[in-house]
Design a protein around this ligand. Sequence first.
Ligand SMILES: [Zn+2]
Ligand SMILES: [Zn+2]
Length: 300
Amino acid sequence: MENITETFREAVAYNPLQTLWDLRFGWEDVLRSPLWPVLSSVTFYFICILPFTVVDLYGKNWQWIQKYKIQPEKEVTAPLVMKAVIQTAWNQVLYILPATIAQYLWTPPTPLPPTAPSMWEFTWQMIAMLIIFDFQYFVWHMMHHKSRFLYKCFHSLHHQYNSPFSWVTQYLHPWELITVGFFTTVNPWIFKCHPLTTWIWNYLNIVISVEAHHGFDFPFGGHKWIPFGLWGGAIQHDMHHMKPMTNFQPYMTHWDRLFKSYWPGTRAGGYKSEELLKFERVHRERRSAKNSITNGRKID
Ligand SMILES: [Zn+2]
Ligand SMILES: [Zn+2]
């Protein structure tokens, strides 16, 4: 009986993050380096988009995956991909590389504490940072659509693609790339996060932003299982590229619903849900009512 109680106690006390954190032994010099967060994030980004690049360019007849495409009529061609690759490469060379060198020269090595964060601390910090980042980018994004100046000078570049694919994730004006990098970096400082939490936060952000741009409505997408339609993900952001004055929130939907910029997304295979059809109907009716008032005034 005592043995069972002991095993139970051990199971409750077990922290899987500690097992993960213990993998650092032998790699301390690499992980302590200020280059690690940037280089591992850049590498992780390319690992994330590579499979989608293969599907987009070489898997046009792979129905098992192409059936999930949100805008199936829009073909991802090699020149379209190349244009995004060139912009991404320029951003990496002109902005990320100097920032990395500056960090290497002026940032002290990261201290590596002996213990991992607890599961509770890790989870609440991750959720809090997600909610805060989502709000920060929502405000930035809305401002860069509502102001003609900001849109034309900075954000319009990202909107050269109205049907996103993975490389569009970082097809950004440098100002937008710097802002996103700043929000991502600053949030772990607010909560004084453990290095493991900070690194996983960086990778999670990359996964979510690639998910918002890969252009597929997969059955395991966040919008399928997170309740109350709280998660926008791929379908909402795909709609933002089709209808740029809607869905300013990068990941979730609550601020868009509150500020009336929410617009339901198209589903796999270009399928329009009842909700989307209703939105389109109401919008059409409002527009024709507005037009008839304007025409009436003109006749008067
Ligand atoms: Zn986008
Ligand atoms: Zn936008």
